[in-house]
Design a protein around this ligand. Sequence first.
Ligand code: GDP
Ligand code: IMO
Ligand code: MG
Length: 432
Amino acid sequence: MAKNIVVVGTQWGDEGKGKIIDWLAPDTHAVVRFHGGHNAGHTLVINGHKTILRLIPSGILHPHIQCYLGNGVVVSPSALLEEMDALEATGVDVQSRMHISYACPMLMPYHVAIDQARERAKGAGKIGTTGRGIGPVYEDKVARRGLRLQDLFDLSVLEEKLKETLEYHNFVLTQYFKEPAIELGSLMEAALKHQQRLTPLLKDVSAQLHDAYHAKKTLLFEGAQGALLDIDHGTYPFVTSSNCVAGYASPGTGMPPQSLHYVLGIAKAYSTRVGSGPYPTEQINETGDRLCERGHEFGSNTGRKRRCGWLDLPALKRSIELNGVNGLCITKLDVLDGFDSVKICIGYELDGQLLDRLPYSAQDATRCTPVYETIEGWQESTYGVCDWNALPSQAKAYLDYIEDRVGCPIDLVSTGPERHQTLVKRHPLRSI
Ligand code: GDP
Ligand code: IMO
Ligand code: MG
C-alpha cells in the first residue's frame, strides 16, 4: 500500500499550508481537500508569480496531479467556478483534473447573507468570520435541511427543496435580521449555469480514492484553517464551523482512519490570528508590527491585517496531540531574522497555576498570562536557506529548542514563500 499524508495547520490558520502542499504534491497522485470552504486562502508562489487558492486543492499547478474535494468541503458553486475560470485564464488546466464529491454541502447566497447579517448584529462581540457563509451552510448540513451538489442533477427537485429551505431562511433574514429576502428566481437562474458546468465534475470521490489507494497511489489530504479554529477543539466560539484536525480527513473524504499514515503539522516560527478570540502571545506593540511587516501578515482571503505574536508552545503542544502530528514543518523562519532576541511562550499562569496546554475555555484562554523563554536572535539572513548546516547557529538553536520542548521532530523548515525555499531534515514521504 502507498503511504498517505495529511497536512494540517497547527495554529490559527495561514501557517503556510498551501506552499508546503504545492511543494509535496509532485510526490503524490492527488491532493484532497477534506473540510472548510472558500474561507481558506492558500498562497503558492512560483518564480515570483502568486496564486491564491480558496477551494481548489494546492496541487493544481502541477499538471499531472489530480485534485479532489471530499464530502467534508462546503462548496459555493459561484466561488468555485470563479476560481476555476481565473486559473484557466492563466493557462492551467483545471476542468479535467477536478473531482468533486456528490455529497458536498452546497453553499448558497442566503448563507452568505445570514453570516454577514449575524456578524453585523453581534457588533463588537463578532467572531470576525470571513463572511463567506461557512457557519450557516454547516448549520444546514447538521440540521438536515441543506442542499448538496448532487441536487444540481435535477433542477425541478432542486426547486422544490429550495422553496422549502428559502421559506425558513427568508423568515430569519427578514423577520429576525431585518434584511432583504433572497429571491428563488435568481437562485434557479444561477443553478442552471452551475448545473451545466459542475455536474460533469461530480463523482463518487470516496470510491475513487479507495481505488487509487488500492492501486498503491499516494494521497495527500489538504487541511484548511488550523487546529485552534476547530469547531470542537478550538477557542470556541471564536472558531470556524468545521473540524480542522487531521482525523477529519477520514469522514471528510470517505477514507478509513487506517489510511492516514503520516500527519505533517505546519506551524509558523511565530504566530498569527485573524478575527476575534483569545490569543495569549499576541504582541500589540512594535514587535507585533515588525512581525506583521516582515511577514506580510495580511489575509490572503479577506485582506485583513493579521494579529501577530510570539510562538506559543502550550498551544502547539495541544495541537500536536489533537492532530497526532508525526512531524512538524516550521515556516517563515526568515521573518525572525534580525531580531536581537526571540521569545517563546513555554507555559501560562492562570489563577496561581502553571498550565502547559491552551485551555478549552475561551474565557480562561483570555485570562492566561504567558511565561516566556528568551532566546538569542540571529543577524544573518535565513531567506531561502535549504541546507541545515547553512543556518545561523542561533536559528538552529531556536528550532532545536522547539523540537525538544514539544517532543515532536521538525522535518521541514520553510525559509521563503517560493516552492524551492524549503529545507528538508527528513522527507515526510520518504520517512514512512
Ligand atoms: P495557508 O493558508 O496556510 O496556506 O497560508 P497563507 O497562504 O494564507 O499565508 C502564508 C503566507 O506566508 C503566504 O503569503 C505565503 O506566500 C507566505 N509564506 C509561506 N511560507 C513562507 C516562508 O517560509 N517565508 C516567508 N517569508 N513567507 C512564507
Ligand atoms: P486558511 O486555510 C485564518 C477564521 C476567521 C474567523 C473564524 C471563523 O487560509 O488557513 P469563518 O468564515 O470560517 O466562519 O470564520 O475563522 N478563519 C481563518 N483564519 N486562515 C483561514 O484559512 C481561516 N478560515 C477561517 O478569520 O476568525
Ligand atoms: Mg490562508
